[in-house]
Design a protein around this ligand. Structure first.
Ligand SMILES: NC(=O)c1ccc[n+]([C@@H]2O[C@H](COP(=O)([O-])OP(=O)(O)OC[C@H]3O[C@@H](n4cnc5c(N)ncnc54)[C@H](O)[C@@H]3O)[C@@H](O)[C@H]2O)c1
Length: 337
């Protein structure tokens, strides 16, 4: 059924992209992956080179000509690309504006009139920022972006939703929870992965604002969600926003630490309050459960357990030597900032 469809994955050379590429190829789609490799992660897509349904385009999504070429002959688009996370966007505000705001809006402008089917924009639950008291943020909950990163995601969401009736493709916005799970390019700057590795290595883990909530979801489940959007009835997903994750993935940092302590009871922890990150949000995943019949298959404990097993197998022994491969810390992008 998917044999005739070719998906352009923009920004597919990072943490989520290679796992998604494998998932889509496994489902029978053709995949063209476009990435600038800001973190020199080319090797993570090399295993797909032998697959005749896989193509790689090393290019900047801000380059309209290269983008137009990459769009040629594809049926659907999944947008992952960008400077991802609050710290890296704070560190490179000018590059952030060019890549995450102007670049993605420009990309969207290029999509109309090509007869595309689905366009999936991967956004973030960070858009909720701060959620009052015990409230659960559903898709209509007021957005309160607290970072440059989330501000650009909100701007792109608004632009896409305003296109209803004006373009020939049907966008879907997925507000991802914070990801965890094994990948060729691990990101050890993400909470579950970072906490597990630090505690495994017996380094004292400094936890800021341990009471703050956030939702978490495994990479494998995100791939499942994207697959469901590509295959869903158009009326269910066209111009729709979904929180992507599951209710049982809402965790405080303390709950994550406690879950890791079940595996690593002697790990040293130190707590401090009033960290810089004021985000605190619990998210309602009823819509994705009802409309797309999606429930995560993996728990946070599954993610901790599989990472400990991989660390036992010495799979990420080079992580300290290659911090920028395993986390979003530094870029070399030709914009001042
Ligand atoms: N990882 C998470 O916890 C999480 C949570 C919520 C949402 N998301 C969203 O999921 C998507 C993927 O996240 P990730 O963790 O894989 O991030 P990542 O940083 O690992 O990957 C992003 C990729 O985009 C590429 N890229 C950046 N600028 C580009 C440009 N101008 N042209 C072409 N490629 C470019 C980078 O080289 C990188 O390979 C992002 O849109 C992110 O906002 C991620």
């Amino acid at each position: 059924m998917n044999a005739g469809r070719k998906i352009l994955v923009v920004g597919g050379g990072g943490y989520v992209g290679p796992v998604l590429t494998e998932h889509l190829l496994g489902a029978g789609y053709g995949v063209r992956n476009m990435d600038l490799f800001l973190y020199a992660t080319q090797e993570v897509l090399a295993p797909f080179d032998a697959n005749p349904r896989f193509e790689m385009v090393q290019a900047d999504h801000c380059d309209r000509a290269r983008l137009a070429g990459a769009l040629d002959g594809v049926t659907d688009v999944v947008i992952l690309g960008g400077l991802v996370g609050d710290p890296i966007t704070r560190k490179y505000p000018d590059a952030h504006r060019v890549i995450n705001h102007d670049g993605i809006l420009g990309l969207i402008d290029t999509l109309d009139g090509r007869g595309l089917d689905r366009v999936v924009f991967v956004s973030t639950c960070s858009n909720y920022g701060l959620v009052d008291g015990d409230a659960l943020a559903g898709e209509d909950y007021p957005l309160k972006p607290l970072s440059l990163y989330a501000e650009a995601k909100v701007a792109v969401e608004q632009r896409l939703l305003a296109l209803a009736g004006k373009v020939d493709y049907r966008p879907t916005i997925l507000r991802f929870a914070t990801a965890f799970g094994l990948a060729p390019r691990m990101r050890f700057d993400l909470t579950v992965n970072e906490f597990t590795r630090e505690m495994y290595l017996g380094r004292e883990l400094l936890v800021y604002d341990s009471h703050t909530w956030r939702p978490y979801c495994h990479l494998g489940d995100f791939c499942d969600v994207i697959g469901r959007v590509l295959e869903a009835a158009e009326r269910d997903v066209a111009f729709q926003v979904f929180n992507a994750g599951g209710d049982t993935g809402n965790f405080t940092k303390q709950m994550i630490v406690d879950a890791i302590l079940e595996f690593l009871p002697d790990a040293p922890i130190r707590y401090e309050n009033k960290g810089q990150d004021t985000r605190n949000y619990r998210v309602d995943f009823a819509k994705i459960r009802t409309v797309l019949d999606f429930e995560p298959a993996y728990t946070v404990r599954d993610g901790i357990s599989e990472l400990i097993k991989a660390l036992d197998d010495q799979r990420f022994d080079d992580a300290d030597a290659r911090p920028n491969f395993y986390g979003n810390y530094e870029i070399d992008y030709p914009v001042a900032g």
